[in-house]
Design a protein around this ligand. Structure first.
Ligand SMILES: Cc1cc2nc3c(=O)[nH]c(=O)nc-3n(C[C@H](O)[C@H](O)[C@H](O)COP(=O)(O)OP(=O)(O)OC[C@H]3O[C@@H](n4cnc5c(N)ncnc54)[C@H](O)[C@@H]3O)c2cc1C
Length: 324
């Protein structure tokens, strides 16, 4: 049987969990559907810029947000959303294992790091192949590493690895490094970094974990290098195939949103890194998630002929007027 909720939120990163908290607190029925808990928060072992917390970690923040949401009687299921369709009774959210009906949907599917598309890349993921230098560089203390990527991602990766690893190959397709000049100067001074320009990675190999990478330069020359770890820093992508027929995306494939997380579909709201907002950071995702959640709640309330929540709250308790 198809389960019905007033609001379904897609994604349990900071945007989706914040949306869920604000919906559940209004005692509306809310389901968060997500592939995992935390999204990109899982890539942040040390979190320094979340206001109100001196020091935290991404996974700890994710667990705290989830607990807060569950305490407010929100529901969560770990599954993948494959398609959203319009039906006469609302939006049908099809997942790998089930189907749900919702009056309104909040999209918060975030982003995932890009891979290189090598044949056996996924086999070596977390077995020598990493997509988050910040998170995993400490595993490579005194070992041989390589990093491949673009722009500032590559520069940062090289610098972080050079602090830990004995050797860092920095591999890039162009003739020179691009990005922040101070970072480039600092990289050139590091004795344990070897720059490998005009080169791409042709293949990777190993037994139970990564052992070698084969490089291909612009002249067609191949060279195989022994490495313990390969860090892939190619930016990130958004996958909105499940909803792109319903909402407008911009040229970068991000969801276009206006105030309150409105999309071009009246019943669908969005927040976080999958939207076109600048400064893609956790606190922004949380704030926009809260707004999108309340907008979705208001939409569902209006369908019932109710007023919903005003953008400028005012409540009188006893003799006191509270403004929120
Ligand atoms: C390495 C790294 C370090 C960072 N460090 C910081 C930092 O120090 N401070 C800071 O403020 N920000 C930092 N950020 C950015 C921050 O993590 C993001 O801005 C934030 O996580 C975005 O939140 P989100 O909820 O929009 O998306 P995400 O965190 O990406 O979460 C999206 C969620 O949606 C789920 N999902 C996606 N598609 C589907 C689907 N089809 N079905 C079901 N579920 C789906 C995902 O599994 C995931 O759980 C960092 C990012 C990275 C990659």
């Amino acid at each position: 049987m198809v389960q019905e909720y007033e609001i379904v939120v897609i994604g349990a990163g900071p945007a989706g969990l914040s949306a869920g908290i604000f919906v559940a607190r209004q005692r509306a029925s809310c389901l968060v559907i997500s592939k995992d808990l935390g999204g990109q928060l899982n890539l942040i072992p040390k979190l320094e810029n979340y206001p109100g917390m001196m020091m935290s970690s991404g996974p700890l923040l994710a667990k705290t947000l989830e607990n807060q949401y569950l305490m407010l009687k929100g529901e969560i299921t770990f599954d993948t959303v494959e398609k959203i369709d319009e039906t006469e009774s609302g939006l049908k959210v099809k997942t790998t294992r089930s189907e749900y009906l919702a009056k309104s949907v909040v999209l918060a599917p975030g982003r995932v790091p890009n891979n290189l598309g090598l044949e056996n890349e996924s086999m070596f993921s977390n077995k020598g192949v990493h997509y988050c230098t910040k998170c995993d560089a400490p595993f490579y203390q005194g070992r041989t590493t390589a990093t491949v990527g673009v722009g500032g991602y590559l520069l940062e990766s090289g610098i972080l690895l050079s602090r830990m690893a004995a050797k860092v190959y920095m591999i890039y397709k162009g003739g020179g490094l691009g990005g922040d000049k101070d970072m480039i100067e600092s990289i050139k001074k590091k004795e344990n970094i070897e720059l490998v320009p005009n080169t791409s990675i042709k293949s990777i190999s190993g037994t139970t974990s990564l052992q070698q990478i084969t490089l291909l330069d612009n002249s067609g020359m191949e060279k195989t290098v022994d490495v313990d770890g390969l860090f892939i820093e190619m930016g990130s992508k958004i996958n909105l195939d499940f909803v792109k027929h319903l909402v407008q995306l911009n040229a970068s494939g991000e969801i276009e949103v206006s105030g309150g997380g409105k999309t071009t579909h009246p019943a669908i709201f969005a927040a976080g890194d999958a939207t076109h907002i600048p400064y893609k950071q956790i606190v922004a995702a949380c704030g926009d998630g809260a707004s999108a959640g309340l907008s979705a709640f208001n939409y569902a309330e209006k369908l019932k002929g109710k007023h919903g929540i005003r953008a400028d709250w005012k409540k009188t308790i006893g003799d006191t007027v509270f403004h929120y």
